[in-house]
Design a protein around this ligand. Structure first.
Ligand SMILES: Nc1ncnc2c1ncn2[C@@H]1O[C@H](COP(=O)(O)OP(=O)(O)OP(=O)(O)O)[C@@H](O)[C@H]1O
Length: 318
């Protein structure tokens, strides 16, 4: 029998009273994936993680971890032995040293890989956590999440506070874990890191799933960014063409268009002006995000429905 998915969400919904945390999340994370949960502040990433790990009771729906329904509390205790977790707000005991924390987690769940991880993510383990920088707290959180050699690790913004070198070590570590068959899911609003390391990504917007995509497909779908310096400064609405999903003038006066097909029309239109310079490049994940966060009803399945350039608004903070 094939192994059950690492994570399965079925209509998972969580309301805090009247406030929507997440609504009707349905998705599957396969074994051995590095899966990204992307969304701006307040999108529902933490709520999703805390609900599918069983820390919050869902308002509706069900989650399965390694095939076990989270609502089965007894089975959940068992399956948690195979799971590692980095919460967004790790509640360390400030007056204890890092080492004492790790001793505690080792007694609780095991620590076969503790030494290896302490070497990989060194922190001042003999100092009290009170004195730790944000990065050192994160390193301690990483060591505790992986040291019992879990099958699945779920992390809420794990790289927050890590310096670039340690981030790099962390990404390489995740890739090596994937090669061993370990599944990791992490939330982020740092798009470059998701692009760098994830196999697939769920984009979450206002508590709902906006898309689940392979990273490559997401970037392909996002099309190209065309930056053009024009001698004239035609209104951005002049480029309200099929395939142009977003348009604006940058502060330096360069016209910037996110284009997804329909290049002929755009080139024809540009040819009507004096083009002093033009650059066409792959859209970044930031540009992709703008599709999802313009506040327009961009089709979540990405079937090409696009808002008019003129009505495209500034993206929210991602
Ligand atoms: N304990 C709570 N009580 C009431 N509302 C909450 C609570 N926790 C979260 N929310 C609300 O649920 C929604 C989703 O929040 P959540 O923290 O899950 O988002 P997030 O994507 O993790 O954001 P961030 O990146 O800022 O951590 C927000 O509207 C938030 O205000």
């Amino acid at each position: 029998m094939p192994a059950s998915p690492a994570i399965e969400l079925s209509g998972l919904t969580k309301y805090y009273g009247d406030v929507c945390g997440i609504e009707d999340l349905t998705l599957t994370v396969d074994r051995g994936e590095i899966f990204g949960f992307l969304g701006p502040n307040g999108a529902g990433k933490s709520t999703a993680i805390r609900t599918f790990l069983g820390f919050l009771r869902p308002t509706a729906g069900e989650a399965y971890l390694l095939g076990t329904p989270v609502s089965d509390r007894r089975a959940l205790i068992e399956v948690k032995r195979e799971i590692g977790h980095i919460p967004g707000d790790f509640a360390f005991y400030d007056s204890l040293t890092g080492r004492r924390h790790l001793d505690y987690f080792e007694r609780l769940r095991g620590g076969d890989r503790r030494e290896e991880l302490e070497r990989l993510f060194p922190a001042p383990f003999d100092r009290k956590v009170r004195t730790y920088s944000r990065g050192n707290r994160q390193k301690l959180a990483i060591v505790q999440a992986f040291m019992h050699d879990p099958t699945l690790v779920v992390m809420d913004e794990p790289t927050a506070g890590l310096d670039p070198l340690v981030q790099q070590t962390f990404y390489e570590f995740l890739e090596a874990e994937r090669d061993r068959g370990v599944t990791t899911l992490f939330s982020s609003h740092v798009l470059s890191e998701v692009r760098r390391v994830c196999d697939r990504v769920a984009v979450i917007r206002n508590g709902r799933l906006a898309a689940v995509e392979e990273i490559d497909a997401l970037l392909r779908k996002s099309g190209k960014v065309v930056r053009a310096s024009l001698a004239e400064r035609p209104p951005v609405e002049s480029f309200d063409l099929p395939g142009v999903v977003r348009g604006e003038y940058e502060s330096g006066g360069v016209l910037r268009l996110v284009v997804n097909g329909g290049y002929d029309e755009l080139l024809d239109r540009l040819a009507g002006y004096t083009v002093e310079d033009v650059e066409i490049r792959e859209a970044s994940l930031e540009d992709v995000f703008m599709h999802f966060y313009t506040g327009q009803d961009v089709d979540s399945a990405g079937d090409g429905t696009t808002p008019d350039v003129a009505s495209v608004t500034e993206p929210t903070d991602v």
